[in-house]
Design a binder for this molecule. Structure first.
Ligand SMILES: [Zn+2]
Length: 391
């Protein structure tokens, strides 16, 4: 059965332009495999980005939620000082504006609980409750005041009035985002003044930077600042502020449960559809040019990717699907090292692996520019002759 959703999951509009296509992408880019054979056989599926002409919402029309399995194998941890600093900066920002110490902070889709751990360490006196089907459940204790529940979110799990409810990098994974936001808001229906904090990747950044590797199967939804606010408002959130974050790759929106009024209509939709159309018309040339650059760099020495999470996995699958141009990838997540990425089957290695590649200069493709300094410093400390490129 071919899935091709013709109407917009946010506004139900029927005028959906299909602008970006992939024949196959790994279904779960944050699940890695112990052998190359298993990685090559990992589930893949087609992707087709539809953009709604009525509200500007962008989504994978071919998304099949039945293929998604969020279990403990799912691992999107980035044990990097840059990333921890980013978490701390969110914590300081939230802690300065809200009293987080009088009740627990709930984190819907908390992953392994890392954000709550950092938040509670950054804002002393804070407690946390995280909900995620992929977490290792645990009780809070004096050393670590964060309880984790291995569950799909439902409103009844919010058993205590929160000081804040956080939902980071979740609604881009959910086929029915408005309904999901409604369920989150339902969790605080008795306390409509509880502040809500949402974070997702920013589609404006992806288009502006022609970052073709940022369209992935796990993310069935793509939000601009305008369409993010619009979807949250439809889900019953009165959005009070929104801004970009993490080098403008992410966006935040804050608000509270809306008790009156209608969601405002989104603005600038026609211009946005036009922008994505322009981007899409040049995308294949951009992918071919990235491949050509890799081929040329390969003449002088080995080429590797640094960062085998979403960006690295999708980039490798699009630019080097046969695994002939890249020697492999580096990732600082030790659980991923020694494993293979789904689809193209490239190996994932610890940074030390770079010292085994010979004397020639290594081309390191830095998959996220936010980590460039950290990666340069690590290669220098290892004595690896390297040049760094940001695709
Ligand atoms: Zn729409």
């Amino acid at each position: 059965m071919t899935i091709r959703q013709d109407h917009c999951p946010v506004c139900d509009g029927r005028d959906v332009a299909e602008l970006i296509r992939r024949e196959r992408l790994p279904v779960m880019q944050n699940v890695v495999w112990p052998t190359r054979a298993e990685a090559l056989a990992a589930p893949c599926a087609p992707f087709a980005l539809g953009v709604c002409a009525s509200c500007g919402f962008a989504f994978n029309r071919r998304f099949d939620p039945a293929l998604m399995v969020y279990d403990p194998r799912y691992d999107n941890d980035v044990p990097s000082a840059v990333f921890t600093d980013y978490y701390r900066s969110i914590g300081r920002d939230l802690g300065a504006r809200h009293d987080l110490t009088r009740a627990p902070v709930y984190d819907v889709g908390c992953g392994k609980g890392t954000f709550l751990d950092v938040l509670c360490a950054t804002v002393p006196g804070t407690r946390g409750v995280g909900v995620d089907p992929s977490c290792a459940p645990r009780e809070a204790d004096a050393d670590r005041p964060v309880a984790l529940l291995r569950e799909m979110f439902r409103a009844e799990l919010v058993s205590e009035r929160p000081s804040l409810l956080v939902c980071r990098h979740v609604i881009e994974h959910i086929a029915r985002p408005v309904e999901f936001v409604r369920a989150v808001v339902e969790g605080i229906r008795r306390d409509p003044e509880v502040p809500l904090f949402f974070e997702v990747p920013d589609l404006d950044w992806i288009i502006d930077h022609e970052a073709f590797w940022d369209f992935c199967y796990e993310h069935c939804n793509y939000f601009t600042r305008a369409s993010f606010v619009h979807a949250l408002e439809r889900g019953g959130v009165a959005v009070t502020s929104s801004k970009t974050a993490f080098g403008e790759q992410y966006q935040w929106a804050e608000g509270a449960a809306r008790t009156t009024g209608e969601a405002p209509a989104p603005a600038g939709v026609a211009e946005f559809v036009e922008r994505v159309t322009r981007y899409a018309s040049d995308e294949q040339r951009r992918i071919a040019s990235a491949r050509e650059k890799l081929r040329a760099a390969g003449e002088t020495g080995p080429c590797v990717l640094w960062g085998m999470a979403t960006k690295g996995v999708v980039f490798a699958n699009l630019v080097d699907p046969d695994g002939t141009l890249l020697a492999g990838g580096v990732d600082v997540n030790a659980r991923k090292q020694g494993c293979f990425i789904p689809g193209s089957g490239h190996g994932i290695h610890a940074p030390e692996w770079l010292t085994t590649l010979g004397d020639r200069e290594v081309t390191v493709l830095v998959m996220n520019a936010n980590y460039t300094d950290e990666i340069r410093a690590r290669c220098a400390a290892l004595g690896v002759p390297a040049r760094f490129e940001i695709p």
